[in-house]
Design a protein. Structure first.
Length: 195
């Protein structure tokens, strides 16, 4: 029995796909079905597969395609795609059209540093003793900085670069999206600071 269990475990482990392999399989389907999805080559270049997997006991692959612009995610612009037997079966979600025009060709380099965005968020959200909270320097890796709990948050405080669509004028702004969960509050907070 032990040998049988070991062989079964090794078989499952050997055939399991890594997350990167799954994302690559999803991207390949997106490229093959670009016309059916309504994507141009530029659209595909300005996208990243966040997740991809096959639904167990089916031949349906789910693909979560995040829109990007200059390598930075566009807030709330994700397409959820389902492929059955390699063909597009479902397409939900939308893309932000003409990001280069709506951003006035703004660059992807922030003028505001991540720690400054966190400090501004603390003050704007009226966190207790905001002026006394020291924001450490944190490296920005793939557009995201992790500041730890800073002794006031239940979870790590993070700042992530995103393009944020402004509903009132249709503009696309580069912002730091700051997440924190102050111990003194019941809420989790997300602030967006113009970068």
């Amino acid at each position: 029995r032990l040998t049988l269990l070991a062989l079964l475990f090794i078989s499952v482990w050997a055939f399991a796909q890594s997350p990167e392999t799954e994302r690559q399989a999803g991207l390949q389907l997106v490229q093959q079905q670009a016309t059916a999805i309504g994507l141009s080559q530029v659209d595909i270049q300005n996208s990243v597969v966040i997740n991809s997997y096959i639904i167990p006991s089916s031949n349906i692959r789910m693909v979560y395609l995040q829109q990007t612009y200059q390598g930075i995610p566009v807030y709330n612009r994700m397409q959820v795609l389902a492929f059955k037997d390699g063909a597009l079966a479902s397409n939900a979600g939308e893309r932000f059209q003409s990001p280069e025009l709506k951003s006035n060709n703004a660059g992807a380099s922030p003028k505001v540093y991540a720690p400054n965005a966190v400090q501004t968020s603390l003050a704007a959200l009226k966190v207790n003793n905001a002026a006394n909270i020291r924001v450490p320097v944190a490296p920005v890796i793939n557009g995201k900085a992790n500041f730890g709990s800073m002794n006031f948050s239940l979870e790590n405080v993070t700042a992530e670069l995103v393009w944020y669509p402004i509903e009132t004028n249709g503009e696309l702004k580069l912002v730091w999206q700051v997440f924190m969960a102050p111990k003194s509050d019941e809420d989790y907070w997300i602030a967006r600071i113009d970068a």
